[in-house]
Write a protein that binds this ligand. Structure first.
Ligand SMILES: [Zn+2]
Length: 203
């Protein structure tokens, strides 16, 4: 969901506004991707609320996303495990217990995004290596794809339908993996811009 932009007419040129919009959208996408990867997709709505304001009590956060307090805390701990949030606690003078106020640490997003990209490239390179060094066998019915060793175990017959397995020409797959790796290695992540994701928590 795109955040509503304030209707200001102070931007000098239309082109510039467009570029800004793209940057904000990219920043949002990076934040959402990273959060999904490290804490789970269900946490994204919570992060969208947290990005707008620092030091919000967990009760307010829970009501903003319309979830129970325990579930909200569980989400916050997941974010905390990846250093994406920090908290301060204050004693409620009337009730005598502590209330936790949470802040989203957007400066860690860029670091995590870089790390995730690195791991993804590593996984793809391992996969590419396997594709280059082994032979693969497929069922013409599309049930399965096995490497040489696995195919031997099943005597080159599909374990699902019994069809004879055929050696697959994986040249295209190799090319696709090479392109994907190259794209990831050469693309520069845009910096997560401040307007969407504030980097200094207000203490
Ligand atoms: Zn089959």
């Amino acid at each position: 969901m795109p955040a509503k932009k304030p209707k200001k007419k102070t931007f000098p040129k239309k082109g510039k506004v467009k570029v800004e919009k793209i940057k904000v959208d990219k920043s949002k996408k990076i934040v959402e991707d990273v959060v999904t990867e490290v804490a789970g997709e269900d946490v994204v709505p919570l992060v969208k609320v947290m990005i707008k304001k620092a030091n919000v009590s967990e009760f307010k956060l829970a009501s903003s996303i319309k979830k129970e307090i325990n579930l909200t805390r569980n989400m916050l701990y997941r974010l905390y495990n990846s250093n994406l949030v920090s908290f301060i606690r204050k004693k409620d003078k009337r009730k005598g217990w502590y209330i936790y106020y949470w802040t989203f640490n957007s400066k860690n997003i860029a670091y995590l995004a870089k790390d995730l990209k690195k791991k993804k490239i590593e996984r793809l390179k391992e996969r590419l290596d396997r594709e280059r060094t082994s032979q693969f066998y497929i069922c013409s019915g599309g049930c399965i794809r096995l490497d040489f060793e696995q195919a031997t175990e099943f005597e080159f017959k599909c374990p699902e339908c019994g069809e004879l397995l055929q050696m697959q020409d994986n040249t295209k797959k190799i090319q696709e993996l090479e392109v994907e790796i190259k794209n990831l290695e050469t693309c520069q992540e845009p910096p997560v811009i401040a307007r969407y994701a504030r980097s200094t928590p207000v203490a």
